[in-house]
Design a protein around this ligand. Sequence first.
Ligand code: AP5
Length: 233
Amino acid sequence: MVSKSNAGQWARAGVLIGSSRFALTMSQSIVLFGPPGAGKGTQARAIVEATGKPQISTGDMLRAATAAGTPMGLAAKVYMEAGELVPDEVIIGLIEERLRQSDATDGVLFDGFPRTIPQAEALSEIATVGLVIAIEVPDRAIVERIVGRRMDPETGDIYHVTFNPAPPEVADRLIQRKDDNEETVLSRLAAYHSQTAPLAEWYRARDLYTPINGDQNIAAVGAEVAAAVETLR
Ligand code: AP5
């Protein structure tokens, strides 16, 4: 278990914590919700194309900070490599900063955020969520998806050795995420069930939860996701 870092450490790392809350986005945002490896990133690109809303992936933001070697990124790396959630105050600070950028004013696509009830409560104070697309995938399918995932570092494209093989011309440059191993994915799944899954009920109670059967091929999931996005128009 990674020890809880205090707010001071994160503040010194340059993360905005406890700033005043106000509506940073006026239009409706979409939340992509689901366990690790559900296919959130895979489906995000089509949603961005259909809606024009920018994708905000907290996982990508944390990996970029880690690669840049910022103090916040290096602190977050310890949690990520252990398969644990990064503390709420750090994530909420990152989101508050990101929503201040001009491209966020017409709503955004949140990918992998919120992941806890405190994150969802904080989000409800700074943005309007109009739709939660929940890609539901049973645990038995998750490990194979995660362990077989490969990423193209140049384009950000997501592949799978079996389910979505990369074209031969990019095969040599593909990378595997450090947390995409069987041991870490079990921790990530445990964190999902204990801290993130309860959010489903929270969003159901607000009539925003739209379940999608994620246990089918990528195109079939995409068709259900597209139909859900249409309901927002
Ligand atoms: P993050 O990067 O968000 O990882 P994740 O939620 O675990 O999600 P993934 O990116 O692993 O999966 P995905 O659903 O996007 O699936 P993908 O489309 O790639 O977070 C990483 C870490 O950062 C966390 O563990 C935590 O430490 C930290 N973190 C991030 N956000 C946080 C937050 N809000 N709060 C606290 N901590 C946070 O697909 C997976 C694979 O399956 C691919 O190979 C793909 O080709 C394949 N695939 C996709 N769809 C299908 C399908 N229908 N059938 C077969 N294969 C498929």
